[in-house]
Design a protein around this ligand. Structure first.
Ligand code: URA
Length: 210
C-alpha cells in the first residue's frame, strides 16, 4: 500500500489555515497557494536523485551534486491543478509540464478525458500529479490510470492540499504504488462531494469564478 505523507511543517499549516478562511480574497488565496506549493515541492523532491559533476570555484576544481530538473514532469489535473504550478517551478524550474482534463459523464458518473498533453520521453521522467483537492478520488485515480496507460512515466507521486479519507482510500485502492502528499487530511465529504471542513471550490477560489 502507498504511503500518505502529511506535510505538517508549521509554515505550511499556517498558510493553509489562512487559505481556508472564507474571507480570504482571490488575490491572497492565490498568493498563499503559490507559497504553499513551493514549500510542498521542497518536501516532495527530497528523494530526487543527484548526479556528481565537476566544477571550478574561483580557487580550484572540485565536484558538486546537481539534480536534473528536466527529468521531472508536473502533471496538472485541470483546472485547479494549474494553481500549483508556478510555486513548484520556483523550486524545480527545469520541470516539464503535462495537463490532463477530465469531466464527469452525467449518465455513467465516470470521469471522461477531454484533454491530454504530455512532454516526450515520459518513460525517463518522474511524474508528480497535482490537484489541490483529493475529494472522492475518482478524478485522481482516473488521471493516474490515463498517465500509466498512455505515457508510462518512471514513477508517479500525487500531491494535493487537502485530502478526504474517502479520496485517499479510492486512490490507494486503484494505485497502491502512488504515494500521496498532502498538507491536511480532513474529516469527510458532504453530499455534494465537497471536503469538510475544506476550503470550498479550489478552482473558483484560485480563479475568482464565484
Ligand atoms: N473540489 C473542490 O474544489 N473542493 C472540494 O471540497 C472538493 C472537490
Amino acid at each position: 500500500m502507498s504511503t500518505v505523507h502529511l506535510i505538517d511543517h508549521p509554515l505550511v499549516q499556517h498558510k493553509l489555515t489562512l487559505m481556508r478562511r472564507k474571507e480570504a480574497s482571490t488575490n491572497s488565496f492565490r498568493r498563499m497557494l503559490g507559497e504553499l506549493s513551493t514549500l510542498m515541492a521542497y518536501e516532495l523532491t527530497r528523494d530526487m536523485p543527484l548526479q556528481e559533476i565537476e566544477i571550478e570555484t574561483p580557487l580550484e576544481t572540485t565536484t558538486g551534486k546537481v539534480i536534473d530538473g528536466k527529468k521531472l514532469v508536473l502533471v496538472s489535473i485541470l483546472r485547479a491543478g494549474n494553481g500549483f504550478l508556478d510555486g513548484m517551478l520556483n523550486v524545480v524550474p527545469g520541470s516539464r509540464i503535462g495537463h490532463i482534463g477530465l469531466f464527469r459523464d452525467p449518465q455513467t458518473l465516470q470521469p471522461v478525458e477531454y484533454y491530454y498533453k504530455m512532454p516526450d520521453k515520459m518513460c525517463e521522467r518522474d511524474a508528480i500529479v497535482v490537484d489541490p483537492m483529493l475529494a472522492t478520488g475518482n478524478s485522481a485515480a482516473a488521471a493516474v490510470s490515463h498517465l500509466k496507460n498512455r505515457s508510462q512515466p518512471k514513477s508517479i507521486k500525487f500531491m494535493c492540499l487537502l485530502a478526504a479519507p474517502e479520496g485517499i482510500a479510492t486512490l490507494q485502492a486503484a494505485h497502491p504504488d502512488v504515494d500521496i502528499y498532502t498538507a491536511a487530511i480532513d474529516r469527510q465529504l458532504d453530499d455534494h462531494g465537497y471536503i469538510l471542513p475544506g476550503l470550498g471550490d479550489a478552482g473558483d477560489r484560485i480563479f475568482g469564478t464565484k
